[in-house]
Design a protein. Structure first.
Length: 702
């Protein structure tokens, strides 16, 4: 006999091992055949040996065994574990004058004799407590069997008995609990969200992927057409979308784009379930019409206000524009042809401008339809001469050695700190013969044979001040005196990759202008304005040799430099343990054992035993724990479990510094029953058969 998982289309007697993707278990000619998921799909046999393999999760097993009281060429039983959902065994009987019987583990439930057509399809259907046998779709035997559920471990058998001299066989199919019911869709809807976009929804009685199209016809496309994004004529639909549905109403799950404003559309939807079974496509009872295209541009209001300016930037602000629908953003430009987006902001700063240059600045609004204001707001203004703010001039310039270090120092104290100061030299230096180097921030150097004077015209925010300033220039004799830096370097905030350095303030005959530090010798020094610096990007567990020196404006440096050594800390452990090979097994009716392997030997191992195939890390960390002191296998036990229940072990390893592994979960295992042994005798004179039911594996021995 051969039992096939798909409709029988091969030659009579074809073995399952000839089918692609199947693996043979067992020896001789009595074989169990499984797929890649190790699920029993059938047997083929002939030598009278027994093969029993359980699939566990989907509640069925297959057995091939000889029946001793029928002779050499007797029939073979097919066995299938069933739930209270519809299940079946289907086959084709290639003989006549046969006797068919339906058996359960408790004995024969019913039989029927008669002439069966050679090659007829025979099907055993089980629903609740009723078993029905059909030949070519016609019922030939109906009988009531004891309650067949997973809970009572019931099994049902289909046997073909025949004359021993007739070398006949049965081919058939072990039926799983297969969902053949397609989803039912109702209430397809769509809503226009703009002239070119819409959303859609639908109600379903099953979860699964769904496809939707919008077309200009109310005629429903086929399921294949909807899935391909087509209308009922096979042409591209106006828009298509996909979504994953949940049971019940699914409003707005489809998003459609690319529609035409003012267009009329009907939504059509189809769905698959997980099998997949494909629903009947449905069409909304009503169409949607997208709004007419928006062609009205926004209108600009008010005028541009010029704010802070410098020699290279101008800041502006402007009132909100108005639109027949809504303004969605603004664009700005310095020439009216190249535009930059400014999102919804009502202010902007133009950067990278040229000093003392006039600019015409533009602002225009736009809406969601891409309409832009026909008449932008404009304003014409200029950047300032190169200069600086009064605050910066006060902070960065001043008397040096009794001489004025900046043209604008005295003047800056009489204006606001945010005012922009610039200047023009109107006369001098007098007498001539000296060399003047002037900077925009007001600093300068002068070297000449005699003291000299010059006159500058200060500008406040681009406007000449009421008075000019006469500046006396002095020849500065070269400074050759180096600064003095004493004390020691302080190291703080030491980590594996960095640390902070600080040192005392240096002294100089004129003034210390900067400090320099160097790492690990060499001639490279890094300038630092203050007396502290943060060092980063170093290598863990290495030692840096640090030097610090002071420097003045003439380039003189303090000697010797302050020095110290700094040893970086070890890098912190941030690697979580790795768990492998999680196991679980029953320990009688109420306990379990398990193990898992780890690559670290610190911290604690946490575990829980639950009926769930997966668990979250927080849940596992609330379970039992034990210290981990060696690398490798860690053994655990669990108690208080329920008999005849499927469980899983779940593990997490937290090392000594708190790094936690991922959850490792074992394969399923089932606790023992209370140890009951069930003995039954068939009613037809067969040999006594004893059944021992085990939570992990069921075997029936003839």
């Amino acid at each position: 006999m051969a039992i096939f998982t798909d409709d029988f289309t091969g030659a009579d007697g074809q073995l399952l091992t000839a089918r692609s993707g199947w693996t043979q278990l067992g020896s001789g000619t009595c074989r169990a055949v499984v797929n890649a998921a190790n699920q029993i799909k059938g047997v083929s046999g002939g030598d009278g040996s027994t093969v029993g393999v359980s699939t566990g999760g989907n509640n069925m097993f297959a057995q091939c065994t000889a029946l001793s009281n029928f002779g050499t060429n007797d029939g073979w039983p097919l066995a299938v574990r069933v739930t209270d959902r519809n299940s079946y065994i289907a086959g084709r009987w290639n003989s006549v004058d046969s006797l068919w019987e339906i058996h359960t583990q408790f004995g024969r439930a019913g039989s029927a004799a008669g002439t069966f057509t050679a090659g007829a399809t025979v099907r055993l259907e089980i629903s609740g407590d009723t078993a029905t046998m059909k030949q070519n779709g016609t019922t030939v035997l109906t009988t009531t069997v004891p309650t067949i559920t997973a809970a009572n471990n019931a099994a049902i058998f289909l046997r073909a008995a025949h004359d021993p001299v007739m070398d006949n066989w049965v081919s058939g199919q072990i039926g799983e609990d297969v969902d053949v019911t397609a989803p039912t869709l109702t209430s397809a809807t769509a809503t226009a969200t703009s002239a070119t976009t819409a959303t859609g929804g639908v109600t379903t009685d099953e979860a699964g992927p769904a496809w939707a199209v919008l077309t200009t016809s109310s005629t429903t496309p086929s399921a294949a057409q909807i899935k391909a994004g087509q209308n009922h004529l096979g042409a591209a639909a106006s828009a298509s979308a996909t979504a994953t549905l949940s049971v019940g109403a699914n409003p707005g799950v489809f998003s459609f784009t690319g529609l035409t404003g003012g267009g009329t559309y009907w939504p059509h939807v189809v769905q698959d379930d997980a099998v997949p079974n494909t629903s009947t496509p449905i069409t909304s009872a009503s169409s949607i019409t997208t709004p007419a295209p928006d062609t009205t541009p926004p209108t600009m209001n008010g005028s541009i206000t010029v704010g802070t300016k410098t020699s290279g930037s101008i800041s502006i602000s402007y009132p909100a524009a108005s639109d027949n629908v809504a303004v969605t953003g603004y664009e700005v430009s310095t020439n009216g042809s190249t535009w930059s987006d400014n999102s919804t902001s009502l202010s902007y700063t133009f950067l990278g401008l040229s000093a003392l240059t006039s600019y015409t600045l533009y602002v225009r609004a736009y809406d969601a339809a891409g309409n832009r204001a026909a008449t932008p707001l404009t304003v014409t203004t200029s950047t300032y001469r190169a200069g600086d703010t009064a605050t910066n001039i006060l902070a960065n310039t001043g008397p040096v050695g009794g001489n004025p270090a900046g043209f604008l120092y005295a003047f800056a104290s009489t204006v606001s700190g945010t005012d922009w100061l610039s200047y023009t030299i109107t006369s001098g230096p007098t007498p001539s013969g000296g060399t003047l180097t002037a900077n925009p921030d007001g600093t300068f150097t002068y070297v000449g044979p005699d003291a000299a004077t010059m006159v500058i015209q200060p500008e406040v925010n681009g406007v000449n001040s009421a008075e000019t300033i006469t500046v006396t220039l002095y020849d500065q004799t070269a400074d050759t005196t180096p600064p003095v830096l004493t004390g020691s370097i302080t190291v703080t905030s030491l980590t594996s990759t960095g640390y902070n350095l600080s040192w005392p303030t240096g002294t100089d005959n004129i003034g210390v202008t900067a400090y320099e530090y160097s790492l690990n010798g060499g001639s490279s020094w890094t300038s630092q304005s203050g007396t502290s610096v943060s060092i980063t990007g170093r290598t863990p567990e290495t030692t840096d040799q640090v030097r610090v020196r002071a420097k003045d404006a003439a380039g003189n440096v303090s000697t010797p430099a302050l020095s110290t050594s700094v040893t970086l800390l070890a890098a912190p452990d941030v690697t979580a343990p790795l768990l492998t090979s999680p196991t679980g097994a029953k320990l009688g009716a109420n306990g379990a054992v398990g193990s898992v392997s780890t690559n670290e030997a610190t911290g604690s191992l946490f575990w829980i035993t639950t009926i769930n195939a997966t668990e979250t890390k927080p849940a596992v960390l609330l379970g039992s724990s034990q210290p981990v002191t060696v690398i490798g296998i860690q053994n655990v036990t669990s108690s208080g479990l329920t008999p005849l229940t499927t469980y899983y072990n779940h593990f997490v390893h937290r090392d000594a510094v708190g790094n936690e592994s991922l959850v490792a979960s074992s394969a399923a295992f089932t606790t023992d029953a209370a140890g009951a042994v069930v003995t039954s005798k068939f009613n037809d004179g067969e040999a006594m058969r004893s059944c021992m039911w085990h939570p992990m594996k069921k075997a029936i021995n003839a």
